[in-house]
Design a protein around this ligand. Structure first.
Ligand SMILES: Cc1cc2nc3c(=O)[nH]c(=O)nc-3n(C[C@H](O)[C@H](O)[C@H](O)COP(=O)(O)O)c2cc1C
Length: 254
């Protein structure tokens, strides 16, 4: 993947929800499929499959109606949801770069023809297609997001954190918080009460993967070697109401 080219779309992308139902030309679908071969996983030992399917692959009263959906399937393994978020956010940015509308779709279920197989389960989808409206923002002031100080404790990685700050998340909940420690950023995810946890716990893990994708792309764009890893132990000192997820280390390329 040409990571540098996707980085700039972090600052312009937005969710599109009004699709032209005729759909994309076959060549456009082919070029998305080709570009998807170059995606980078967060966890290379988790088997996944990403497919582009037609309008009849998703159902649900609240599901966004689109001419195509990009569905991701994964084997059940620790960190599989973070990995799915990380992968599909690359597709979201790629589509933005191609001028194609997209929106993450948590409120939807695959129809019979789109359920998983070969030991892999459906995780989540993007609704995609041509739109009647612009698919880009003109300025970062159009993003409705938390302020940097609400999601970051540190002072050396502000521009890298800015990319994560702008990342999309389910219901725009922005569950992340970053703690700087030397050349590392430790990523924490907000803990929900019992009732909210039923809905949010899984989707927040996808959100974290999306945020890590932006963090990674920003680090690469700034000339760092970026290593993403999950430490075994809970990071100390733990933030109240947050739990540790992943860390990113940044090393300047010589
Ligand atoms: C994991 C995930 C699931 C989402 N599910 C839906 C959904 O079901 N329906 C919808 O309209 N938007 C959905 N969204 C889009 C978010 O509401 C949107 O990304 C957020 O409000 C930020 O807006 P932006 O993407 O335009 O920057 C989802 C986003 C994420 C990351």
């Amino acid at each position: 993947m040409m990571q540098e080219t996707y980085y700039s779309w972090i600052f312009k992308r937005k969710s599109s929800r009004k699709f032209i139902q005729e759909g994309l030309k076959e060549e456009r679908i082919q070029s998305i499929l080709e570009a998807m071969e170059g995606l980078t996983p967060l966890e290379s030992d988790i088997k996944t499959e990403i497919k582009i399917m037609d309008a009849d692959s998703m159902k649900g009263l609240l599901a966004i109606k689109a001419p195509h959906y990009v569905l991701i399937y994964s084997e059940e393994k620790p960190n599989n949801l973070e990995n799915a978020g990380f992968l599909l956010q690359q597709v979201d940015l790629m589509l933005s770069a191609m001028g194609i509308g997209s929106c993450w779709l948590g409120l939807g279920k695959p129809t019979e023809k789109a359920v998983g197989k070969d030991g892999m389960n459906y995780v989540i989808a993007l609704a995609i297609g041509p739109t009647a409206e612009p698919v880009h923002r003109q300025s970062t002031t159009e993003f409705k997001r938390k302020k940097r100080e609400e999601i970051y404790r540190g002072n050396h990685f502000s521009s890298v954190v800015e990319a994560l700050r702008l990342a999309p998340s389910a219901t725009n909940s922005q569950p992340w918080f970053l703690v700087e420690e030397e050349n590392n950023l430790h990523a924490f995810c907000v803990k929900k009460g019992k009732l909210k946890a039923m809905f949010y716990e899984e989707i927040n893990r996808i959100d974290m993967g999306i945020g890590l994708c932006h963090l990674w792309l920003a680090g690469l764009a700034e000339g760092y070697e970026v290593h993403l890893f999950r430490e075994r132990a809970e990071k100390e000192p733990t933030l109240p109401n947050y739990e540790y997820t992943y860390s990113a280390s940044f090393k300047k390329n010589k």
